[in-house]
Design a protein around this ligand. Structure first.
Ligand code: ADP
Ligand code: MG
Length: 188
């Protein structure tokens, strides 16, 4: 199924000069850029993007607790509270910093983009993925420096969040319809 997904190149990706390499990884897989802009988002915009959805706060907190357990660190904090703290780190990371927002379109775009970027923690991400190839950051380093994991990119996790997140960053008129010259080869 042809679908659309939202990708952000986070400030570390831009400041480290990785915009071309990151974008190429998506284009090389056949994904079409249908929207793209460089922005310096307000804290409110980042809060709207990382909205305080309770399930997401809990899942971020639980992932963090699981990783701490693997390092033999005991954590008694409520996962939602951990999720809220990480959300505030994310606002510091992205707000008033350069961010590229893009909408990518293609077959199973949401899942394919998540596969290309790799898992959240770059130190554990497969080395063939964007996060695994261009970063070595980890939860413990980020936590000890009281900041978000610098993992270069954000990508929507599922259809509902893709639809919501695209609207946070783009008006319908900013999304451009056109054909890539290889579409017939890929999809015909
Ligand atoms: P993903 O970006 O892979 O979808 P999540 O939605 O779980 O990951 O988390 C959103 C972002 O929050 C991550 O990309 C990362 O930048 C940051 N983050 C997640 N967990 C932690 C953590 N334990 N410590 C610091 N930052 C984190
Ligand atoms: Mg996520």
């Amino acid at each position: 199924m042809i679908e659309r997904t939202l990708v952000l190149i986070k400030p570390d990706g831009i400041k480290r000069g990785l915009v071309g390499k990151i974008t190429s990884a998506f284009e090389d897989c056949g994904l079409k850029i249908v929207g793209m802009k460089l922005v310096s988002p307000s804290p409110e915009k980042v809060q709207e993007h990382y909205n305080a959805d309770e399930n997401w706060l809990r899942s971020v907190g639980e992932k963090s607790i699981k990783s701490a357990k693997e390092r033999n660190e005991a954590i008694n904090e409520d996962p939602i509270e951990i999720g809220k703290r990480i959300r505030s780190y994310l606002i510091n990371y992205l707000a008033n910093n350069p961010v590229i927002a893009m909408v990518l379109e293609g077959n199973n775009a949401i899942e394919i983009v998540r596969k290309i970027i790799g898992s959240t923690q770059p130190s554990k991400a497969d080395p063939s993925t964007i996060r695994g190839k261009y970063s070595s950051d980890s939860y413990d380093l980020a936590d000890s420096n009281k900041r978000a994991v610098r993992n270069l990119v954000h990508a929507s996790e599922d259809k509902a969040s893709a639809e919501r997140e695209i609207k946070v960053w783009f008006n319908e008129s900013e999304l451009i319809q056109y054909s890539r010259s290889d579409e017939k080869e890929m999809y015909g």
